[in-house]
Write a protein that binds this ligand. Sequence first.
Ligand SMILES: Nc1ncnc2c1ncn2[C@@H]1O[C@H](COP(=O)(O)OP(=O)(O)OP(=O)(O)O)[C@@H](O)[C@H]1O
Length: 265
Amino acid sequence: MIDVSGFSKRYGRHTAVNDLSFTVPRGGLFGLLGSNGAGKTTTIRALVGLTRPSAGTVRVAGYDVWAEPIPAKSSFGYIPDRPHLYGKLTGRETLRFVAGLRRLPDAEREIDRWLEYFRLSDFGNELTETYSHGMRQKLTIITALLPNPKVLIVDEPMVGLDPQAARQVRELFRAHADAGNAVLLTTHSLPLAEAVCDRLVVLDRGRVLGEGTMDDLRAQTGTRAGGVDGDSLERVFFRLLEEEQAAGAAQDAAAPAQAGRGRRA
Ligand SMILES: Nc1ncnc2c1ncn2[C@@H]1O[C@H](COP(=O)(O)OP(=O)(O)OP(=O)(O)O)[C@@H](O)[C@H]1O
């Protein structure tokens, strides 16, 4: 349902993402993890048609996002890291606008149901410019889920949400995938990733450090699974970064020696 193949993005001489490939199948919930600047948002922006790949292809629901933008964009819902809402529309007007664009039948009933779910019913007729950050985030999540998209693409979903809403959103994403859709999310929340994702891709400076299920990543990093002593994703994540840094340091140490040999020859 989501297919990223050989995706690279360069900004001038800087490579933000280098040769990234992964597939999220129907029913899959995939997490894209990494430190600040790792390339997560760049990947998401390419998938939703906001950043053109320098190389490779990005496909959603079988459509190349850049060659077939209309069917591709009709098939996914997108929750950006910062909500973009029209401040002069009310919450309810915002959702009616989305329902109209997507030609959704029975929208009013669904809108009521979603507002109720996120405890926004009392604020449905207030302008969104009066909403708190968390309320804006909830409304943005509703705009993405209202059309019941085959693919859900989410950048940092939990920022600004209270614990109850964060749990609801976790459950929603899992249920959306379990209903036969595909979900891709980026997050800095390792507990969230560990709790809901089937598979994980760990990026660092535009490159893949590790990819697979939690068990795959534990095997790759020599950490242990299961029980109260089992290693968490946090430990796996730091182990991957340490390995990468050690490899980088070894390369740096080798470089002057090689350069020296070159000069002597
Ligand atoms: N429009 C742009 N022009 C130039 N460089 C950019 C642009 N957008 C992103 N970058 C660079 O690409 C790299 C990856 O950025 P990206 O926003 O994808 O990281 P991220 O993993 O989402 O980070 P964070 O966790 O901090 O949000 C960074 O080095 C960033 O400076």
